[in-house]
Design a protein around this ligand. Sequence first.
Ligand code: GLN
Length: 523
Amino acid sequence: RPLRRSFQTHPQAPVEGRYDPYNALVHLAPRTHHAARAESLKGESGALQGWSVSVKDNIATTDMPTSCSSQMLHGYTSPFDATAVCLLRQAGAQLIGKTNCDEFGMGSHNLHTVYGPVLNPASPDEYTMGNKSEGRQRHRAYHQPRVAGGSSGGAAASVRAGLARIALASDTGGSIRIPASHCGVWGLKPSYGLISRWGLVSYADSLDTLGLLGRAPHDLQLAFEVLNVRDEKDPSAVPDQARKAAREAAQARIASFPKGSLEGLRIGIPVEYFPSELEPQIIPPLHGVLSNLKQRGAVLKSISLNCVKPALGAYYVVASAEASSNLARYDGVRYGHQSTDKSGISEGQVHPYAHTRSEAFGEEVKRRILLGTHALTSSAFDNYFLQAQRVRLLVQRGFENAFRDVNVLLAAASSEESRKQTRPMQRSAGEGGEEGVDLIVGPATTSTAPTLASVLHPSAQKSTASRTSAYVQDVLTVPASLAGLPSLCAPAGVAQDGWPVGICLTAQWGHEETIWRVAKEIE
Ligand code: GLN
């Protein structure tokens, strides 16, 4: 789509003849390198030959800095490429630059970044069909800049604005799906353990996944196939056997549908995915997609996943606890920012690391470190961390009881447990099984993209409320993250305010094939 001229005042250099007025790219690929690579690739034909790919700023690349959009890693360049980056390069893809994100992936609006917020390239103008005066009215009312969503806001914006064909990004609790929904593009968070995390700067290891954004599901599928290989360097990579078993189960299910139809597909719509915080204008576009699926033969079924509500609190405890441990490595000694302030150190009043960390971490990161450290202290451990882990188990069980096919990882763990004669994770009687569903569908976000002004300058007394409302944004995306399930955010159309709405399709672990099959129908 053409870029909006009015925004082309940004000092950013053009990327392949296009400008980045949205603040999506924070480091550009060296041009010389581009030319050399293009030359060396002549004649070769990889699966992604010539595709332009943007890479989130928390994924290691040797030819551009990896700063996690943080002052802490300002100017840092990794000595190695992430495995996913290597695979993309091998397949012939061209990296165009690194994308802006919330610092270390923490946030839902792409505001917590040293480079400044990302602007949402979607525009209600594109959808204005009415007469001129209506267009002008819409312009006044709706044309205020909106956030791109986070934490992968730069990734979504780079795709939406046509700067990159696909974007490589990370999703811990919704960071791909939320910006995909706000920018009106496709975004996949794959099953945990499929795509190598080697080279992804850790936020919360047990939840972190690498994923993709793009303008067509077919592009995402092709790139996913390139990246879906086991990597020895990633200790959480799932063995080939389990990958194969899950894939075959999904393929068998799809093969049972009559050709060109979704007859036999069972879709669950959890009532908990429609919380009171959900804006009513999100519903009609969702209805549109669901009735389309119904027309193609899918059976829609209302289900209950009562683990959804407590999932948000559990996610923030688990993610912050892991973050507080992961971010301990930024001490200003081995790499990253190092403070020159020596005050109070020799007197023993200040720890040598304190100045470095106070100066270089942003407010949101500090908040997470404090929360996570507290949750891990001996006095809070049982009430917070342990409790959150219990909720996580309930979330996994909730999904397991809802799906028709079993989770091959849990089934393997369960048989191992029963061998040891401990309590296995089992399905509750009467749930799941043939009565279960193949796909769980719900909105991706509780609202369309908020205006930049509303999130940047909330009124003083409302500022705590607006902080928590940023966390509430994740209520619809964290359940799949806690359970490690694949989830695709698909554009569902636009809301009444003219801004995009996303719908999330969540499948059983390793059943990406089911997602691609359904995506094809709603494209
Ligand atoms: N908004 C969530 C958080 O801040 C999710 C971020 C992510 O997925 N990286 O933790």
